[in-house]
Design a protein around this ligand. Sequence first.
Ligand code: AMP
Length: 493
Amino acid sequence: MTFADLGLSPELLKAVEDAGYTEPTAIQAEAIPPVLMMKDIIGIAQTGTGKTASFVLPMIDIMASGRRRALMPRSLILEPTRELAAQVAENFEKYGKNHDLKMALLIGGVQMGDQLKALNEGVDVLIATPGRLMDLFERGKILLNGCELLVIDEADRMLDMGFIPDIEFICSKLPETRQTMLFSATMPPPIAKLAKTFLSNPKRIETARAATTNKDITAFKVHVEQRAKLSTLQWLLRNDLVETAIVFSNKKMTVRELNKKLQNDGFRSGEIHGDIDQNTRQKELERFKSGDINILVASDVAARGLDIKGVSHVFNYDTPWHPDDYVHRIGRTGRAGAKGRAFTFVTKSDAEAIDNVEKLTKNKIAVFGKDDVRVEIADPKASKSSDDDGEKPEKSEKPARRSRSKKRDEDGDTQDAPREAKKERKPRRAREDRPEREGRPARTEREERPERAEKPEKRNRGGRRRRDEDDEPVPAGEWNGPKPGFLDMGFKD
Ligand code: AMP
């Protein structure tokens, strides 16, 4: 299947080629022909599947004929967040570069002047968040009765954010004869009801949950105590070959605090969450995209659906409360064929939340274990001699216990485990020189994991490992350094 088979115009095919796409994704192949035939669509798909182009491309061809009128947008794309709206606008500009179409972006948090000017001049495609659109509509600055095509994107997120009444209102102001497309990663009852009320004989298209079936994402859970989360994160950021990472937290306050702590500890990090004004959010994103910073601490709302290339790691600093958020979060990595690693921190109180994630994804997430550690092999001799002093292994075996007697910072976070591990680490070789597991065949089959997790559990029986077990020879590629505390916790699971 090629894009030319889908019935798109030569101008669009050229733009698609310039974008570097050679083949339509599954949702594009299924959605584009019926959209061009003016059919209503329900797309069960999430970001990462190519869903944006599945509606933007045919929309461009549909809008290519017709006339713009002041204050009366001809089509409307509703997005739950400003970032997503801005991202769709970028897509629109990329694919629509060979067409004479006017687009306007109507989002909160920025000055209204330019947006009103564009509306006055007439727009073919209006991309908006519901809040700002309602605001302008109520002030009589926009008329919706010329809008013949509507896209409701990320409908389940709209539901989470309380936008459904706004959307119902907006739909009621649009002409009855129109084309409507609704995209959602999941179909909870209120969304199904919305679709039933406002779509007419829709074609239903469903794509696989990209993030959960994505073979390019290696996902782990890390059992950790609340107070050890920060040190665990820092250890992983330093030792898991992190190039770029998004760290998700459930709360805005944690996002802010965590970013501050990471910055204080020398990490190049930034933050985005709902309390930050739009310009700053956009700037932080740009800094992340340009490589100015390589760690972005984020809340779900701000980061939902963000399409940032080359994110090597996702950390769920908190297990997400909504299992769907897990799918969205880890979907920020492993994009466009690149490999990614996703770590989810699980405290005792997260038992139910992680259970819900595993139920939704129909997949037991592997516990991060010793074999999954990517630090450089410790020199067995060096490790032996340090063992000989009779001190170190003792310490390294029990970082959690030791830290209890130490002073903690205001959140009760401790630094012991990562610091000790760091001491042992040899300077890293360039990434290209380092196959994922040196000296062993790459492991691809997930089924092998439970076995690995079991082994150390036996070692831990009786509370702690025997000292001499650290002295055992390990195969090349295994980590022979001191073990951070969170690994012990993981092994117990
Ligand atoms: P989306 O699901 O719309 O967020 O798209 C995810 C990413 O896939 C974006 O970076 C798109 O530029 C990219 N993309 C969309 N369609 C294709 C395609 N047919 N081939 C390759 N990449 C694509």
